[in-house]
Design a protein around this ligand. Sequence first.
Ligand SMILES: O=C[C@H](O)[C@H](O)[C@H](O)COP(=O)(O)O
Length: 227
Amino acid sequence: MMKQEVGKAAADLVKSNSIVGLGTGSTTAYAIEYIGKRLQSGNLKNIVGIPTSFQAEVLSKQYGIPLTTLDAINHIDIAIDGADEVDMQKNLIKGGGAAHTREKVVDYLANQFIVVVDAGKLVTKLGSVFAVPVEVIPMALTPVINSIKQLGGKPELRMGLRKAGPVVTDQGNLVIDAKFNDIPNPANLEKVLNNIPGVLENGIFVNCADIILIGEVQDGKSIVREM
Ligand SMILES: O=C[C@H](O)[C@H](O)[C@H](O)COP(=O)(O)O
């Protein structure tokens, strides 16, 4: 319910004649659904979406949102995406759905990036609950795992659910979930992780989010507030 409300609130921020980054995950899925409904009802006109994953592409097609690629456009007006953790400085951990690499490309390009979360995603210290997803090319798996250990992280290869073996990303790579007990400097860890040979991208997003929309229950009612 909270996810639905916050997804709808974000969808309402999309204006006609705009290019929209469409994020990944269960919360953004509601935003995509409502954008589709607004198009259908004529309340929203002439938008084109840039999907951040195969999931976003499938959902957008299902809800009738026309899509394009980054080759065909020169800017993104607004992007809507979920997050796994949000700290007070609007730093994020993303990639719970293994989509953080494409999400980072699209979300950073957007003039306005709206994050949609429920209140359970808010943390005082980034990394205190969630591990940092690190997308790695398959041949580099072992050296990257060793490098993460040297950085003080606890790396775990993400395994599939209802699929034997590891999760494979939309790019055909693997995901290591790296748990750090403390991330004193998220911007620095983002750079250090991306500097390990064989790492494609990690899920720390710094200086990217403009608006955080938070869904929560107050007095038994679902409400949406801005951070
Ligand atoms: O890779 C997935 C994304 O970063 C999602 O946006 C993130 O995991 C949040 O997903 P959800 O809204 O399902 O919690």
